[in-house]
Design a protein around this ligand. Structure first.
Ligand code: XMP
Length: 175
């Protein structure tokens, strides 16, 4: 087993407890309304699966595979969005992502979901960085507000590594 990188930040039990309370709030909000969850891959994969364990069994799920990061920096462009589809006409959509940073990813995916005919589009993120957003995006559900540092684990990666860590760790600047 390799030594995990960086410093511990959020433990697996902390994440588990928070995911449960988020799921309870989502469940209450969408009670009696058919919901489609759109999970942004790959970073949200652990988060969405853990949330789904606590949501209605008839919740529909789409996975959109997009990317914008290289190393610890955003390229400023979203790749893969034109392949993203779903039967959204008249439906309530909940976008799920690992982290809200500049706002670019969720701004573009929200616009895409609306273009596909969504009735409403809300956002749920596990993490939200405390920083000035480049794009005006507000998440209705936020697991944890975190300092503006690069984080890995529980689905979040550095060039595809460290996703499998069960907890979240911060990496020192310049990695
Ligand atoms: P934007 O800037 O579009 O960023 O809001 C959101 C997307 O960028 C990735 N991202 C990160 N990935 N650690 C990561 O592993 C981070 O600290 C981080 N910050 C942004 C992530 O893919 C997210 O969907």
């Amino acid at each position: 087993m390799i030594r995990p990188p960086g410093q511990p930040y959020l433990s697996a039990p902390q994440i588990r407890r928070r995911v449960r309370t988020l799921a309870a709030s989502i469940h209450k909000t969408y009670r009696n309304r058919p919901l489609t969850i759109v999970a942004l891959l790959k970073g949200s994969v652990f988060f969405v699966v853990d949330l789904l364990r606590h949501l209605d069994p008839d919740t529909e799920v789409e996975f959109w595979n997009i990317s914008s990061y290289q190393g610890t920096r955003s390229t400023g462009k979203i790749r893969g969005l034109h392949h993203c589809r779903g039967n959204f006409v008249g439906r309530d959509i909940l976008l799920i992502d690992d982290i809200l940073d500049s706002g670019l990813t969720l701004d573009r995916t929200r616009a895409h979901a609306k273009k596909l005919g969504a009735r409403t589009v809300q956002i749920c993120v596990l993490l939200s960085k405390k920083r000035k957003r480049v794009h005006a995006v507000k998440a209705r559900w936020v697991g944890f507000s975190i300092k503006d540092e690069f984080v890995v684990g529980y689905g979040l990666d550095l060039d595809q590594r460290y996703r499998a860590l069960p907890s979240i760790r911060t990496l020192p600047k310049g990695v």
